[in-house]
Design a protein. Structure first.
Length: 93
């Protein structure tokens, strides 16, 4: 795996994992009800900390943009109508 491909995977992980963690904490807060947002559980503090980390590592939209551009480039045809990356991986010219 080269640096360019690794960059796409790293961006996907940096966007997906923090989103899922926030969702899981939010669902736990829903299960606990009012107690979930009180000081009796660490959930509210965990959610605030995790939400802050999502921004510290770059906004999710920037990471999703990197992933999106990579996906589009895989299917965008060149001037001859062939898929550029398909030709690279199969050895066509």
């Amino acid at each position: 795996m080269g640096n360019a491909e690794a960059r796409v995977w790293v961006s996907a992980v940096k966007a997906m994992v923090p989103e899922r963690v926030c969702k899981i904490i939010d669902e736990a807060m829903q299960v606990f009800g009012a107690t979930g947002i009180s000081q009796w559980t660490p959930l509210a503090r965990m959610y605030a900390g995790q939400r802050t980390l999502r921004l510290a590592d770059g906004p999710d939209e920037v990471h999703w943009q990197v992933v999106g551009r990579a996906e589009i480039s895989r299917y965008e045809p060149d001037s001859l109508g062939k898929n550029i990356n398909s030709a690279r991986t199969t050895g066509e010219k």
